[in-house]
Design a protein around this ligand. Structure first.
Ligand SMILES: Cc1ncc(COP(=O)(O)O)c(C=O)c1O
Length: 440
């Protein structure tokens, strides 16, 4: 008998239970193999945390055939909103896109309280490229403000000094997982009638007095790039506490500017009967949609997220304890009282009076297979691209310069081994002792 379409479909679905067991075995053995091959004493900036569950979830999506944004994305958004917790979340294809949508929502001409071309948005001088670029891409002017020397986050005093009558928003970046001084920034925002936005791309699970970052600002952005606390490979989330103000606009801007997925789509359709509602465009927009493949992986990772964060935090605490003997030459990032650091990475700042420079320490570590990188983008005002981006620097940015010239970052990840921790500390001890001897 020749199989009918119906039977073929049944056959595809019918492989369910068996294929999952076989696949799980195959994936487990492949992962084991990979772990053995990569058991090194060096330290990478990032490492895959994808396990059997993520691989199976991805295969399920591929077999299911619903590949583009769909039910997995919706479920991930609901689960992320419950985890944070927040009123609504919208998944996008990266943290950069999440930042872009935040600024686009704020500057959309249809938003009566929105920002207008030439309005200023304050952000820290130490930050990431795609925290800053959306500000100018949406017609506003980024104002770079110095960071606090200990927290490496926006200095509230410097923010206050930077406010002018053109200032409309503050973009707080929780650098390397360290929560910003949100209470102080919120006070400034309230006093001057500014929007407060949060870039939490490095700060999943960081909190202030038990409340997670990403729940303070009007809108917040997260990244699920693979070096972050959890990953969907590429991916991001825009979150907000006030669905009625923001969600529909963000939904349109995520996907072409059309009305699909908006709560008010029926009203739009009714108002424009001559336009096919499937191709009815309400706002400007992009295509920054995720795929269900990313969302399914994200969902499996979210179930492990609290564990990942705990592990990263414990590793950072141990490393900070063991680095204490060297603190007269090496400064680490400090969190404020009541703030809980999410330990994205470990920052080391060579103090200006140390008998060696950052580059020397970096070369020493790299030669011993410890990967390093600058602290995020360094002082972003110094990046050549800023020659093409209209912006303003408020004051001297002296601490950002220190980060730029003296700072380096070492990766942290949930399954860093005790041997890797020991290797890092042994290398730093060796380096320090050689200089102490020479300095004596
Ligand atoms: C502070 C910050 N904002 C935004 C981003 C952009 O996120 P993505 O790489 O997912 O685009 C990053 C990237 O790591 C980041 O560190």
């Amino acid at each position: 008998m020749r199989p009918t379409n119906m039977m073929m479909k049944k056959h595809t679905i019918g492989i369910g239970a068996d294929y999952r067991q076989d696949l799980r075995r195959l994936i487990a053995s492949a992962l084991q193999n990979r772990q053995e091959c990569s058991a090194v004493e060096g330290l990478e900036l990032c490492r895959s945390t994808l396990g059997e569950e993520e691989f199976l979830a991805a295969v399920d999506v591929l077999l299911d055939g619903h590949l583009t944004m769909g039910p997995q994305t919706e479920a991930f958004e609901a689960e992320w909103s419950a985890w944070l917790p927040t009123d609504f979340s919208l998944m996008v294809n990266s943290g950069s896109s999440a930042n872009l949508l935040m600024l686009s929502a704020l500057t959309f001409p249809g938003n009566p309280d929105g920002l207008r071309p030439g309005d200023e948005v304050i952000l820290p001088a130490v930050g990431w490229s795609t925290s800053l670029f959306p500000i100018s891409q949406t017609g506003c002017v980024p104002v770079l403000v110095d960071v606090d020397r200990d927290t490496l986050n926006l200095s509230p005093e410097k923010v206050e000094e930077a406010v002018t009558d053109k200032t409309r928003a503050i973009l707080a970046i929780h650098l390397l997982g360290n929560p910003c001084d949100i209470p102080a920034l919120q006070t400034i925002a309230d006093r001057h009638g500014l929007y407060l936005l949060e870039d939490c791309c490095e700060a999943h699970g960081a909190s202030i007095e038990g409340r997670r970052v990403g729940t303070f600002g009007a809108l917040a952005a997260f990244s699920f790039y693979y070096s972050h606390h959890m990953t969907s490979i590429e991916g991001g989330m825009v979150c907000g506490q006030d669905r009625s103000t923001w969600r529909d606009g963000l939904v349109s801007q995520r996907a072409h500017g059309w009305i699909r997925g908006r709560s008010d789509r029926d009203q739009w359709a009714k108002n424009y009967p001559d336009i096919d509602p499937r191709w009815l465009f309400a706002t400007t927009g992009y295509n920054v949609r995720p795929t269900d493949l990313n969302a399914a992986i994200g969902r499996a990772q979210l179930r492990k997220l609290s564990g990942f964060i705990e592990q990263r935090v414990a590793i950072r605490r141990r490393l900070l304890d063991r680095l204490r003997p060297y603190e007269s030459w090496l400064a680490v990032q400090r969190e404020l009282p009541g703030h809980s650091h999410a330990a994205f990475g470990l920052s080391l700042m060579v103090r200006p009076d140390a008998p060696f420079g950052r580059k020397k320490l970096q070369a020493f570590l790299e030669a011993r297979r410890i990967e390093t990188r600058p602290i995020v983008g360094g002082n972003f005002a110094r990046q050549p691209v800023m020659g093409h981006v209209p912006h303003r620097c408020s004051g001297l940015l002296a601490n950002a310069d220190l980060v730029h010239c003296n700072g380096l970052m070492i990766g942290n990840h949930a399954d860093l081994t005790a041997a890797q921790e020991d290797h890092l500390i042994a290398c730093i001890a060796e380096f320090m002792e050689s200089h102490a001897l020479r300095a004596a």
